[in-house]
Design a protein around this ligand. Structure first.
Ligand code: PNS
Length: 159
């Protein structure tokens, strides 16, 4: 079975992430979407809720597992026998850091990284920008999946 991982914070998942996950799901038999548990940085959504949203928006694809991890991505992949990371590249500004991580992951364990060019419709999109715009009442419809939009509005109303 050909497996890959799409790792990230997904706080929350955007339509840009979903585009990359969908494309990975056509290239691989099984895609693990792995949510980083970052103990030093509190996100807007708890990790469990990020995972619930990811399950909800990817259930139609049929070959997605949603998981969480802490520590090194290479360890998570080794434990699950996953040889490839699939990541989206939005712009040149992503390239330096993504290249560094890909090279370090390869050096650490031979983990390969496959980059897909982000759909230009979403090349400006990030979870942090979505949160900032939504916090101040801006319209983020079409930038996040509808179930995420509902939860975003509810959560921001509470905070
Ligand atoms: O959505 P993000 O925050 O851009 O995702 C970054 C992520 C989670 C892919 C990256 O920070 C990561 O892999 N973190 C796990 C820790 C690790 O393996 N660090 C060494 C990378 S070379």
């Amino acid at each position: 079975m050909r497996r890959c991982v799409c790792p990230g914070s997904f706080d929350p998942v955007t339509n840009g992430h979903l585009d990359v996950i969908e494309r990975a799901s056509r290239l691989y038999d099984e895609v693990t979407v792995a949510v980083l548990v970052n103990t030093t940085k509190q996100g807007l959504f708890p990790v469990e809720e990020r995972m619930d949203m990811l399950r909800e928006v990817t259930e139609g694809l049929g070959n997605i597992r949603v998981d969480s991890f802490d520590g090194l991505l290479v360890d998570h992949c080794r434990e699950r026998d996953i040889p490839v990371v699939v990541k989206g590249l939005r712009a040149v500004s992503d390239f330096d850091y993504e290249l560094q991580m890909a090279q370090m992951n390869h050096r650490l364990s031979g983990l390969e990284t496959l980059f897909v060019a982000t759909n230009p419709e979403y090349s400006f999109l990030s979870s942090s920008l979505v949160k900032e715009v939504a916090t101040f009442g801006g319209d983020v419809r079409g930038l996040v999946p509808d179930p995420v939009l509902d939860r975003l509005v509810t959560r921001l109303r509470r905070s």
